[in-house]
Design a protein around this ligand. Structure first.
Ligand code: CA2
Length: 141
């Protein structure tokens, strides 16, 4: 199975600031470990700080991947365009948030993109990415 792990704005900085919320490991370090946990599957990763680039990547994923694990970062709470892209591509998207967005500031409590995703995993730290991949593997099995 081919899975794209797509990360949105500021996730390139985790591990460097706010360790009490996001931990001390960098996303790249962790995703390299995750890839080794699923050696029989193709897991590609991509991060962008730009909304349109994330939308383009979702469109590309439509013909290239069986599913997407996406952490939209702050765009979860603002982007109807990104949510529309999730709905439009016809492959399952699992949303991951490292922190528990429901226990943080009220403006983080709603995710437009989660409304369009097949499942949302919040507050499990970086392990949430592994859980999301396992879910996609069983979803399509
Ligand atoms: O918990 C998550 O995974 C989030 O998607 C992370 C986003 C935040 O806007 C969402 O509400 C929840 C933030 C990404 C990382 O932001 C940093 C902020 C300070 C230092 C390092 C990263």
């Amino acid at each position: 199975m081919k899975i794209l792990v797509l990360n949105g704005p500021n996730l390139n900085l985790i591990g460097r600031r706010e360790p009490e919320i996001y931990g001390t490991q960098s996303l790249d370090e962790f995703l390299d470990i995750v890839k080794k946990r699923f050696p029989e599957h193709q897991i590609d990763t991509f991060q962008s700080n730009h909304e349109g680039v994330l939308i383009d990547k979702l469109h590309e994923a439509m013909d290239r991947y069986d599913g997407v694990v996406m952490n939209p970062g702050g765009y979860a709470h603002t982007s109807i365009a990104l949510a529309d892209a999730v709905r439009s591509i016809g492959i399952p998207v699992v949303e991951v948030h490292i922190s528990n967005i429901y226990e943080r500031e009220p403006f983080r409590h709603h995710s437009y993109t989660a409304d369009a995703a097949v499942k949302t995993i919040v507050g499990h730290g970086l392990e949430g990415y592994s859980e999301a991949i396992s879910f996609l593997l069983s979803f399509r099995a």
